[in-house]
Design a protein around this ligand. Structure first.
Ligand code: ADP
Ligand code: ZN
Length: 515
């Protein structure tokens, strides 16, 4: 029967991966948490069961425009659906209330803000609501950037109506999942579905920053005429980049949270409508963008976590045609992201989890084999080398870096874990700068032990050490580098470290590091 409905109502020949099990479980009235990548086809997973069950299914969604779209297309397919949002005219709302009263409505879309009104629960009870579906369920997470306080009321709604709930999100990390379970299901375990995270048409690539503006410009120039997004860490950078692109007659427009709401809506509409426009944006740009033919996504700065990375690159190539990505990263990014976590308001255990999610992304950035294997592995899926990432295209040269890594760790320890990269490298190279001399660091046994390695290589090694979380900048010591627990086995000689022979093009011709 689900397959018949799928054909009759939606005109689809079959289910996408994962859809059928979710549909059957939701239709059977079980509590469900489904984690599906963007574009995976989650709406069907609550719309179809709504037609298989008696009564009304309430759909909570944060995006008015998408709700209205879905209602329109359901109605065109002959399904009695309606929405109660702040965008309704009185006549529209009256029509929905009438359909609720006479029992003809099957799907009721509602913005979470409605739940703040005391009249809503009794109204839904009278209407015979038999199930709740929650779209973008990660909005219930207080520590995510999409937090919607009214989502906290969804759990109360479930309790008040005593009906099953199906929650959907594309955010896959375990902490967010736990928060969703705690807040929407009162901690009672729903059936969890997690799958289908591979987006094989998206090419994955990372590069260390080496003149980031030029790197992004080169990437965009080579893709002239294609729609793309450049994610930037700051509002200012979105502006300077769009100006630089426009100066080369590449149509680009900036987007960030500091712009007026109607300006932002205008950019969204232009991007949706125009071919070949580039939006240079902060992460404020994205949720609710439903453009299937975005051909590329670039990050001019490192995203904040592996989930954020996945979600942002996932906006490319939703039509299934080849799409490309490029993510730039450098030691300053790593420092910035660590500081943002440390200075944030989250409780200590959440901060540790955020560092771990950043580490997962850095591990991906510094990976030495197929990136997709790493990425999918993080989401709990196994895969063969993909043949569609930069590391599959060109396997990197790697070397046993245990000895230089131990030299660097030792220089950091002996200078008291108070100094940044530049000073540590001066000590390693034996540069008797004023600062080095003033601290007496030219008297240390590590002074000059790394002379044989050029500065550019030390920079690459330290960056990779940051990426492996062997060392971390300490916000309480002005970003002075400290050694993490992960470095202890290396110092004790119990573990070796393999690094990439890098990549920093401006470095002098690579000196061989003898190991
Ligand atoms: P998301 O998971 O991002 O909410 P949607 O539910 O909007 O994804 O679905 C993405 C697209 O995939 C839509 O255009 C939808 O019509 C299409 N789709 C969903 N399920 C199927 C299916 N079984 N067969 C073909 N197309 C499908
Ligand atoms: Zn690969």
């Amino acid at each position: 029967m689900p397959a018949d409905l799928l054909r009759q109502v939606w005109g689809f020949d079959g289910f996408r991966p994962g859809q059928q099990e979710i549909v059957e479980t939701v239709a059977a009235g079980r509590d469900v948490l489904a984690i599906m990548p963007t574009g995976g086809g989650k709406s069907l997973c609550y719309q179809l069961p709504a037609l298989m069950r008696d009564g009304v299914t309430v759909v909570i969604s944060p995006l008015i425009a998408l709700m209205r779209d879905q209602v329109r297309s359901l109605r065109e397919a002959g399904v009695a659906a309606g929405a109660l949002t702040s965008g309704n005219t009185d006549a529209e709302s009256d029509e929905v209330f009438a359909a609720l009263r006479d029992g003809s409505l099957r799907l009721l879309y509602m913005a979470p803000e409605r739940l703040a009104s005391g009249a809503t629960v009794p109204m839904l009870r009278r209407a015979g609501v038999t199930a709740i579906a929650v779209d973008e369920a990660h909005c219930v997470s207080q520590w995510g950037h999409d937090f919607r306080p009214d989502y906290l009321r969804v759990g109360e709604l479930k309790r008040a109506l005593g009906v099953p709930l199906a929650a959907f999100t594309a955010t896959a990390d375990a902490e967010t999942r736990d928060e969703i379970v705690a807040r929407l299901f009162d901690g009672a375990a729903p059936q969890v579905f997690l799958r289908g995270f591979d987006r094989p048409n998206i090419h994955l690539a990372f590069q260390p920053k080496d003149g980031p503006r030029r790197q992004i410009m080169d990437f965009a120039r080579a893709r002239r005429g294609q729609s793309g997004i450049v994610y930037c860490a700051t509002r200012a950078r979105t502006e300077t980049l769009s100006a630089a692109l426009n100066a080369e007659n590449i149509a680009a427009v900036a987007y960030h949270g500091g712009m007026e709401a109607d300006q932002r809506r205008e950019v969204e509409a232009r991007f949706q409508r125009e071919d070949g426009l580039i939006v240079t944006a902060t992460v404020a740009f994205g949720m609710g963008i439903d453009k299937p033919d975005i051909r590329w996504v670039a990050h001019s700065d490192l995203p904040k976590s592996i989930e954020a990375y996945y979600q942002e690159i996932g906006r490319a190539g939703r039509d299934g045609a080849p799409a490309e990505t490029l993510t730039l990263y450098g030691p300053d990014d790593i420092r910035l992201r660590r500081t943002q976590i440390d200075e944030g308001l989250a409780p200590a255990e959440r901060k540790e989890a955020d560092h771990a999610r950043l580490n997962a992304l850095l591990g991906l950035a510094e990976a030495i084999s197929c990136r997709r294997q790493h990425l999918l592995g993080y989401f709990g899926e196994t895969a063969e080398p993909c043949g569609n990432c930069d590391l599959c295209d060109t396997p990197p040269e790697i070397f046993d870096a245990t000895q230089p890594v131990r030299m660097a760790l030792s220089a950091i320890l002996r200078t008291g874990e108070w100094f940044g990269q530049g000073h540590v490298i001066d000590v390693l190279l034996g540069n008797a700068t004023d600062k080095v001399a003033a601290r007496g660091h030219d008297q240390l046994p590590t002074f000059g032990v790394g002379k044989a390695v050029p500065k550019g290589e030390w920079q690459a090694i330290l960056r990779q050490m940051l990426g492996r979380d062997l060392i971390r900048p300490d916000p309480e010591r002005h970003g002075g580098l400290r050694i993490t627990a992960a470095a202890h086995p290396v110092l004790r000689g119990e573990e070796t470290v393999t690094l990439r022979r890098d990549l920093i093009r401006r470095a002098k011709p690579a000196a061989v590091i003898r190991t």
